[in-house]
Design a protein around this ligand. Structure first.
Ligand code: SF4
Ligand code: SF4
Length: 128
């Protein structure tokens, strides 16, 4: 399960992901992170059965946590199978099947948003 975690890095705040690993014993896979001197946002992946434990722990440590049930989604009535999203995606989420219809492996998505801008039909939506 993927979690989108937003946290403060202001003076006195401890590294939240390291603390969550220590407190829960769960190995957290960081798929994407954007961090500056004052705040950070990280997309993390944890085993489904430990999702609530990690989420509750991070909230207790001061983070905001969104549990993501889905990655990118496509509006099939808008998609024209042009393939523009395929080459732009850094995680190879998209492909065309033998009938040249768009296929998604949404579990690979790291919510970078690049495909949203590339789609000429506004057929793609992120979960947040
Ligand atoms: S949001 Fe990024 S990772 Fe997800 S499908 Fe689009 S381009 Fe790929
Ligand atoms: S870029 Fe948009 S219209 Fe083209 S294949 Fe991807 S989702 Fe469909």
């Amino acid at each position: 399960m993927k979690l989108l975690v937003t946290f403060s890095r202001k003076k006195g705040k401890k590294p939240i992901i390291a603390q969550a690993v220590r407190d829960t014993g769960v190995l957290i896979n960081v798929e994407r992170a954007v961090i500056d001197s004052s705040e950070g946002e990280a997309l993390i992946d944890v085993p489904d059965e430990q999702c609530k434990l990690v989420s509750d722990t991070m909230i207790r440590l001061g983070a905001t946590v969104h549990i993501l049930e889905h990655g990118i989604s496509v509006n099939e009535s808008e998609c024209v199978d042009c393939g523009a999203c395929i080459s732009i995606c850094p995680r190879e989420v998209f492909s065309l099947d033998k009938d040249f219809r768009l296929q998604l492996e949404e579990e690979k998505c790291v919510l970078c948003g690049k495909c949203i801008e590339a789609c000429p039909h506004q057929a793609l939506t992120l979960p947040l």
